[in-house]
Design a protein around this ligand. Structure first.
Ligand SMILES: [Zn+2]
Length: 219
């Protein structure tokens, strides 16, 4: 796959930055696409921009502000608090069909830039109620994209079956552990690197990091 080109769906967070490193190791040419949908923090877009630039990756930022019109919720509106959903319930950050839309637009972009591969950091393991993060959805969409454009894209999901600790391990294997730890933004409160420590995203990230570091120590 070394001669081929890939488009990475990229938010500037831990998962998609790890995917960006993963793609850079596998493909001759990598481009990143970030969707701007009026995120709670404009810093998220800035952070993505800086990472792409530092890694020498061509970066596309697509305006998806229509998402805010369709699904106002905690990630896109300042007046709604981020809350963890009860068990089995969708969290308040849920935008229905978000990955369906993002991946479809990534497919159109891939077609425009001549890329056969689309990489996304979706993950079924820490499945928090997002049906369009499931492996079966990705496989289904892959078929749909190929039929819709009469093409043969391959959607790659390197994190699909990894837990958060294993995602840190993957970053480490890609020589990207420090980079991902220091430069990515996962926090809902817009604090880069280890974050605010209080929000659900920070707690999840820290739990995975602590678990990975403790396993690493034992080796
Ligand atoms: Zn936080």
């Amino acid at each position: 796959m070394k001669q081929e080109k890939a488009v990475v769906v990229f938010s500037g967070g831990q998962d998609s930055t790890t995917c960006l490193f993963w793609a850079k190791e596998r493909f001759a040419e990598v481009e990143a696409v970030t969707f701007n949908y009026g995120q709670r923090h404009a810093l998220e877009i800035e952070c993505a921009k800086e990472i792409a630039e530092e890694l020498g990756v061509k970066h596309h930022i697509l305006d998806m502000s229509l998402l805010n019109q369709l699904a106002p919720n905690a990630l896109t509106r300042d007046d709604i608090k981020v809350e963890e959903g009860d068990e089995g319930e969708l969290p308040s950050t849920f935008v229905p069909g978000r990955n369906l839309l993002f991946l479809s637009f990534a497919g159109v972009l891939a077609s425009q830039v001549g890329a056969k591969h689309i990489v996304t950091g979706v993950c079924e393991t820490d499945f928090s109620g997002y049906p369009d993060c499931r492996d079966i959805f990705i496989k289904s969409l892959n078929v749909t994209l190929n039929l819709s454009m009469d093409d043969s894209f391959v959607i790659h999901t390197p994190l699909m079956w990894l837990n958060k600790a294993e995602t840190w391990e993957l970053a480490d294997q890609l020589q990207a552990f420090e980079f991902v730890r220091e430069k990515t933004l996962t926090c809902y409160n817009g604090v880069i690197a280890d974050g605010c420590g209080e929000c659900p995203a920070c707690k999840l990230r820290k739990r995975g990091l602590d678990e990975y570091l403790s396993v690493k120590k034992e080796d």
